[in-house]
Write a protein that binds this ligand. Sequence first.
Ligand SMILES: Nc1ncnc2c1ncn2[C@@H]1O[C@H](COP(=O)(O)OP(=O)(O)OP(=O)(O)O)[C@@H](O)[C@H]1O
Length: 246
Amino acid sequence: MENLNKIEPILKIQNLKKSFGDNHVLRGFNMNLYEAENLVLMGKSGSGKSVMIKCLVGLMQADSGSIEIMGKDITKLTQKEFNNLRTEIGFLFQGSALYDSMTVRENLEFPLRKFPEYASKSETLVLEALESVGLKSAIDLMPEELSGGMKRRIALARAIILRPKIIIYDEPTTGLDPITAKEIIQLMKGIQKRFKTSSLIITHDVDCARVISNRMILLIDGINYIEGTFKELSTSTDKKVQEFFK
Ligand SMILES: Nc1ncnc2c1ncn2[C@@H]1O[C@H](COP(=O)(O)OP(=O)(O)OP(=O)(O)O)[C@@H](O)[C@H]1O
């Protein structure tokens, strides 16, 4: 992780601004995500993390600034190009967000449906993804038959099924007991190692940040207020920074 300035980031956000009337949420936010790193983004509730992610995935348009994914400025892409690029990003949403009326297999097949080229490989991809999260045996279960931790694992399997280069985790440990949360964190680390993915992890969980982060960014007052390792940030003398580690 040395000499990061010399390496081209896989995801580059520059001077992102987004306001809702007088509510200036993002005021020039910058963020680089580098290959194979685990970057933790922390920010208080309402600080604009979701707004930033929505801009990143094209669900919301920023007022100004640029977002480059793998060297491509997303505002300059056609819808088709953007959709293709989005397959390079896997998501683990808050609360797992599985489809309740579908089996585990169908939940995992869902992201593949849009891509005819995956049709013949579907079974293999589903099994490999389930194997990565240690839940092959759950393939025919319904979400209601799964524990919270199992649901999170299945959601993780779904996030990696298209072998994305980037995974965005939104509160991956929220709502889990501490032991299950630790298991999920270990799984995230394992997946990062196995698939060499770059991960952006949005979390309030200081333990999670400590265990998983190579680097951290705090989103405060609409900007990337401070960046550094967990150790650097958790020992900062800045009052605004200290609040996160109390
Ligand atoms: N579509 C919208 N219209 C108006 N205001 C919005 C909209 N979306 C978000 N906001 C405002 O933007 C601010 C940031 O919201 P955001 O959801 O990004 O916070 P967050 O950091 O993700 O919070 P949390 O940790 O609670 O999920 C809030 O003040 C919110 O009210």
